[in-house]
Ligand binder design. Structure first.
Ligand code: CUA
Length: 355
């Protein structure tokens, strides 16, 4: 009875664990186990090789273990039987030395190859390659398209099927740019030490990334999104971004007042248009953002909440609260959210994954 209960209990435990873990891969575009880009696929294949080798070793060891258990168990009437004792067997010793060496070689060759492949920058400065300067900040990401006179924050647009090279730094502490389904992970360091990586997305879509280095109280809220669009759409997006006029008058009176309030209170830190951001994120075409501050649904209500209450939403972030009243924040939100010149949006790229 006890044994049966014990089995039932472990079955329940394993089912619960499986259910819990299945939540980890529920989102298509944030999983290293569902690669959708060149680097992610390379890393996935390395994982599969390692798992195959581990399974191979595990199964062989288990078979030998089971064989020995059965073959040399104590039998009735032979309680004092001692099997033949062997000390030193050259053939066996050679086998169990050579097999691990071979297995390590099978692991090492593709790993070293992939390491060099992932660090390959030989084409970075060729004509036509796109380079983005990535800056990690507490707790947001800035993307400056070198030579393109475009800057944005939080949402990084890239063309599919093309290598986009990233030059990565931090403005404060160490962060880590992690885009599981497209590429791997790379630290961004303060100071002169610049890291690099590249992104190559196979399909259009919105891919979620996280900061993967503990960087302060809001580390876990430092999300970003990479929006992969077709090369033609990307060209269009670049044009649209370049043509943004920060002084353009919005249509509604509320948004017009919002623009004045924004210019008076927010412009010293934020930027709209090509100007690189100072202390705060670049807000060009803010109406196209997948999220507010990388984490909230892009609604007016959330934006007002963010402007007036941001330190409770993202503790330790540097935006001052209470600069404007709730009513004024509503006007600023109207202004920011109506700025969406470009036709190229997360929706046109296959929708947001909302996670
Ligand atoms: Cu930035 Cu963790």
């Amino acid at each position: 009875m006890r044994g049966w209960m014990g089995k039932f209990r472990s079955l329940f435990l394993f089912s619960a664990l499986a259910l819990f873990l299945s939540g980890c891969s529920g989102v298509d575009n944030v999983s290293a186990l569902k690669p959708k880009g060149y680097s992610a696929e390379l890393l996935f294949n390395l994982m599969m090789i390692s798992i195959a080798i581990m399974l191979f070793v595990f199964i062989i060891v288990m078979v030998i273990y089971a064989f020995v258990l059965v073959r040399y168990r104590q039998r009735k009437g032979q309680e004092d039987m001692i099997p033949k004792q062997t000390e030193g067997n050259k053939a066996l010793e050679v086998i169990w030395t050579v097999i691990p060496i071979l297995l390590l070689l099978v692991l090492a060759v593709p790993t070293v190859q992939a390491t060099f492949d992932l660090a390959d920058r030989s084409k970075q400065d060729d004509k036509g390659t796109l380079t983005v300067e990535v800056t990690g900040n507490q707790y947001w990401w800035h993307f400056n398209y070198a030579d393109q006179e475009i800057a944005t924050s939080e949402d990084l647009y890239i063309p599919t099927g093309e290598r986009v090279y990233l030059n990565m730094k931090s403005s404060d502490v160490i962060h880590s740019f992690w885009l599981p389904s497209i590429a791997g992970k790379m630290d961004t360091n303060p100071g002169e030490n610049m890291n690099t990586m590249y992104l190559e997305a196979y399909d259009e879509g919105v891919y979620t990334g996280h900061c993967a280095e503990l960087c302060g109280p809001s580390h876990s809220l430092m999300d970003f999104r990479v929006i992969a669009v077709s090369p033609e759409e990307f060209k269009q997006w670049k044009e649209d971004m370049k043509n943004v006029d920060p002084k353009a008058k919005p249509e509604s009176t509320s948004a017009q007042e919002g623009q004045e309030l924004f210019n008076k209170n927010c412009m010293s830190c934020h930027a709209i248009g090509n100007a690189a951001a100072g202390v705060g994120p670049n807000l060009t075409n803010y109406g196209n953002r997948t999220k507010i501050a990388g984490i909230l649904e892009p609604t007016k209500e959330n934006l007002v909440d963010w402007i007036t209450n941001n330190n409770e939403i993202k503790p330790g972030n540097k935006m001052p609260m209470n600069l404007v009243s709730k009513e004024e924040a509503g006007k600023i939100a109207d202004y920011l959210l109506q700025m969406k010149d470009t036709e190229i949006t997360p929706e046109s790229a296959g929708g947001s994954d909302n996670k």
